[in-house]
Design a protein. Structure first.
Length: 191
């Protein structure tokens, strides 16, 4: 086995790669970025200190998007259509905003719309979720593909961390529910 995926179990970006790697031979290496010593060790693998990172033999690949593209090329899969890229970009916008809010709270900051950084995140999330919900209602996540994987990883992670109530977005919840029985979804649930 020459592939190793470095990441954290709850990370939505790591989880999407774990789901994408379904059926492939790889090793998962958990990284604790909140531990100074472990973070320093990880820096020798990833100078950008972001998760996930995939090491495939002599090739090191940073960032979930680049890893996805690398794996797709390795498997000879066709390029993703622009519609999926747009869905993934929207999902990433929500993921990134929730991460900023989560890290702000974890850092002891007051997460308030009075601070521009947090205001922008708090505005982006419902607007983007409304757009994604409309896409889901039109069937955008009916099939199992990278955008569906990214959506499931987002929803499960945000609920796992108690970061957001998605009840106003029933089409997104229904899209996730349609894929919840997949073994890979159950096996990679955040912990």
């Amino acid at each position: 086995m020459s592939m190793t995926l470095y990441g954290s179990l709850p990370s939505p970006y790591v989880r999407r790669i774990r789901m994408l790697l379904e059926g492939m031979d790889y090793r998962f290496e958990a990284v604790d970025l909140y531990n100074d010593e472990k973070r320093a060790e990880y820096a020798s693998i990833s100078p950008i200190k972001k998760l996930p990172v995939l090491v495939d033999g002599e090739q090191t690949v940073f960032d979930s998007h680049v890893i996805c593209e690398y794996l797709r090329r390795k498997q000879g899969a066709p390029d993703l259509p622009i519609e999926q890229h747009n869905l993934i970009a929207a999902i990433d916008g929500v993921n990134d905003s929730l991460i900023v809010l989560f890290m702000g709270t974890r850092s002891g900051l007051e997460v308030s719309p009075s601070a521009l950084l947090f205001k922008l995140q708090l505005e982006r999330i419902p607007d983007t979720l409304a757009w994604l919900n409309a896409q889901a209602a039109q069937g955008a996540f009916d099939e199992w593909h990278m955008a569906t994987i990214a959506l499931i990883a987002l929803l499960d992670w945000a609920e796992f961390r108690n970061l957001y109530d998605f009840s106003d977005y029933p089409a997104l919840l229904a899209a996730r529910e349609a894929h919840q029985k997949r073994d890979i979804v159950k096996a990679t649930y955040p912990e």
